[in-house]
Write a protein that binds this ligand. Structure first.
Ligand code: NAD
Ligand code: ZN
Length: 379
């Protein structure tokens, strides 16, 4: 998954949130200019990089050098890689270390990593000294197209994932697409599910383009920057309309209600990564929409064929290992999903490729029959 560095102008996507507006800068090799970009935005500031141990091994030195050569004093805080770092314990440690590094109002936190580091580092930035600025430097595909955009930050609690957090926007996002060359292929593929999602939920042309160019996105060709930019533009537009998810932002949950149930059933483990669950969930959302007569079956089949070609699971059978829970337990997981409002199931369904909509008009019995069929077809 390695391609030569390309020069050429980076792509800039603005997130239009009034006086909290910021740019997402996308390009291959951009990390070299990180320090310069930060120095321009906040002259004279210090910075602390929050990262995880795996990302640190690959990319921390380059990020530190870039900051230092722009005259920015830099400290680093490392946490273990993985979801378990989104905890109260690790949040406390990160806050303490940021304060020990004398990060003050006017200084910066730089979150260098995947969604875990972005969520944890961003949340810590929102808390210390009642909020200091932060910059996202996403290093996974999922983080470049999803978690670094839109200002949701959180940790997990005993009660569930992402239940303790804040809406807190960064002042800049620098997405260096070359950093993805060191990302394990399975993680890349999982992130790709969120890329396809933007096509499926609101942009049929983008889906058509991906159907032709997805291999170049994976290989690190010029299509990678384009795919990331289109994804960021799509999310930025939705976030600008609905920052706090009271309406349109819910469309971003396409594939997530079904997906989340399977992800939870797999215990949020390696058995099924988030993006893989989203791939499966989107396949199910299209199939379910076809079954309700909202779209022709051929449209669902096309989507499923694309997801499968890219190596994402589209069928429960494809999920490795597993004692799947009973139908009742699965229905519980679906109705406990945070997308439930006042006891009604909220689903994102489709009227076509690129035409997702939010509905609360889904009969629980119908969903139950659909899930039963999926669970029964496992073997
Ligand atoms: N804030 C939001 O809006 C939002 C949206 C979606 C997901 N999320 C959160 O994002 C998290 C998932 O993000 P993720 O998939 O990036 O997980 P992650 O941060 O755990 O990264 C996945 C793995 O890849 C490694 N990695 C990351 N970049 C690498 C690189 N360039 N080279 C080599 N290894 C690298 C990490 O160390 C980790 O082991 C979840 O906690 C989820 O809740 C947040
Ligand atoms: Zn997702």
């Amino acid at each position: 998954m390695t391609a030569p560095l390309r020069s050429g102008d980076p792509i800039v996507v603005n997130v239009a949130l009034g006086d909290r507006a910021y740019d997402i800068v996308i390009g291959r090799g951009l990390i070299a200019s990180l320090g310069e970009r930060i120095a321009k935005l906040r002259p004279g500031s210090k910075a602390a990089i929050v990262t995880d141990e795996t990302v640190a091994r690959h990319h921390l030195a380059v990020a530190e050098d870039s900051l230092k050569s722009a005259g920015i004093a830099v400290a680093s805080v490392k946490v273990p890689a993985g979801e378990s770092s989104k905890s109260f314990r690790m949040l406390e440690r990160v806050c303490d270390e940021l304060l020990a590094a004398r990060i003050e109002r006017g200084d910066l936190v730089v979150a260098l990593g995947g969604g875990v580091v972005g969520d944890l580092g961003g949340f810590a930035a929102s808390l210390i000294r009642r909020g200091v600025d932060y910059v996202q430097v996403p290093t996974s595909l999922l983080a470049q197209v999803d978690s670094s955009v839109g200002g949701k930050t959180a940790i997990n609690s005993r009660q569930g994932k992402n239940l303790v957090g804040a809406f807190y926007q960064p002042i800049l996002v620098v997405a260096d697409t070359a950093l993805l060359d060191t990302l394990p292929e399975r993680e890349f593929r999982a992130g790709y599910a969120e890329v396809v999602k933007y096509g499926l939920l609101g942009d049929a042309n983008f889906f058509e383009w991906l159907d032709v160019n997805w291999r170049d996105v994976f290989a690190g060709g010029p299509s990678r920057e384009h795919a990331i930019a289109v994804s960021c533009r799509a999310k930025a537009a939705i976030v600008a309309r609905d920052e706090r998810e009271t309406g349109d932002r819910m469309l971003l949950n396409l594939g997530h209600t079904f997906g989340h149930a399977f992800e939870a059933a797999a215990g949020f483990s390696d058995k099924l990564l988030h993006g893989e669950a989203v791939g499966l969930g989107m396949a199910m959302a299209f199939e379910f929409s076809a079954r309700r007569g909202l779209i022709p079956k051929a449209a669902a089949d096309r989507v499923i064929a694309h997801l499968a070609a890219a190596g994402l699971p589209t069928h429960v059978k494809a999920v490795r290992g597993g004692n799947w829970p009973t139908l009742d337990a699965m229905m519980d997981l679906i109705s406990q999903d945070k997308k439930v409002q006042r006891g009604r199931l909220t689903f994102i369904l489709v009227r076509g490729i690129g035409q997702a909509f939010v509905t609360r008009d889904v009969d629980a019995g119908e969903v139950r029959a659909f899930i039963a069929e999926k669970l029964n077809s496992r073997s």
